[in-house]
Ligand binder design. Structure first.
Ligand code: AMP
Length: 275
């Protein structure tokens, strides 16, 4: 695996590469990231990974400064998962003072966009910069960040970005908690109850399968109470259309239950297909 820090060095390698599968990350790699890297390596001539803790996607008062940075361990994990080129630029290289930013409207305004204003502008801007630097054939993202997948897909469609997108299943801990770099913030007590989010989504999905449209709000309200009473500060719990992110009350294909909640100072998100 080659580690590259500058755009010039990356460009010189790229000219000799074909068939790039690309996995953008913020590092602190875990099995979720590694599943994406393995898939990229198995489906392309080479797998490229970026690690960049993107300041643009953190709001004021969020965890940018304490976000885990574990570069050496990440390099080893990425290499063992099949990464052949690791792009790890510094902030200056990514030119964050650029005048051009990418605003994906509507689907980026709700849910995460509402609770983290500016978040998806930061995500879309950096992902497009990375696409233009790496020029991958295929880029891999996790369904774990469901709204992010929708935002990036819309950006790629709207701007005719020449890349194929692959979305990959969420990798979970043994008790159902979605793997996340932020899970390492959890205390032992918080970790013990963190899987309540996943269990609530799973039970809600089962209940929605046999309920009427009129019962949907009641089921969502009861599940919200369960999460709050379990020790979380709930930001949202909703059943949404997977394309528009609009709330729904009745089953349809490609719908998702989405949730975001804080436990202590740690904010967790998760989602589950109701197909
Ligand atoms: P991050 O480093 O959190 O920006 O994540 C980088 C990529 O890994 C994104 O496409 C995430 O959706 C994906 N990812 C994060 N956690 C998981 C997980 N538990 N399972 C699958 N993909 C994940």
């Amino acid at each position: 695996m080659i580690v590259v820090r500058t755009i010039e060095d990356l460009t010189s390698i790229r000219s000799t590469s074909a068939g790039i599968g690309f996995v953008p990350t913020m590092g602190a790699l875990h099995e979720g990231h590694l599943s994406l890297i393995r898939k990229a390596a198995s489906q392309n001539e080479s797998a490229w990974v970026s690690i960049f803790v993107n300041p643009l996607q953190f709001g004021a008062g969020e965890d940018f400064s304490k976000y885990p940075r574990t570069e050496e361990a990440d390099f080893e994990l990425a290499r063992s998962a099949g990464c052949s080129v690791m792009f790890a630029p510094d902030v200056a290289t990514m030119r964050l003072d650029s005048s051009t930013t990418v605003h994906v409207s509507k689907i980026a305004y709700s849910w995460e966009g509402q609770h983290r204003p500016g978040h998806f502008v930061g995500v879309a801007t950096i992902v497009l910069k990375l696409f233009n630097i790496v020029r991958p054939n295929v880029a891999y993202f996790g369904w774990k960040d469901f709204q992010q997948c929708a935002v990036i897909r819309r950006m790629v469609d709207d701007l005719f970005v020449p890349v194929s997108l692959e979305f990959c299943e969420t990798v979970r801990e043994h008790d159902g908690l979605a793997m996340s770099s932020r899970n390492r913030y959890l205390s032992a007590e918080e970790r013990a109850i963190a899987s309540l989010l996943w269990r609530t989504l799973a039970d809600l999905r089962t209940a929605l399968k046999t309920s009427s449209e009129e019962e949907t709000q009641e089921l969502l309200a009861r599940s919200s109470t369960r999460i709050s009473q379990g020790g979380f500060a709930l930001d949202y719990l909703a059943w949404v259309d997977g394309n528009t992110l609009e709330p729904i009350t009745q089953w349809r294909p490609f719908a998702r239950l989405i949730v975001a909640a804080k436990i202590g100072t740690t904010r967790l998100i998760d989602n589950l297909s109701t197909d």
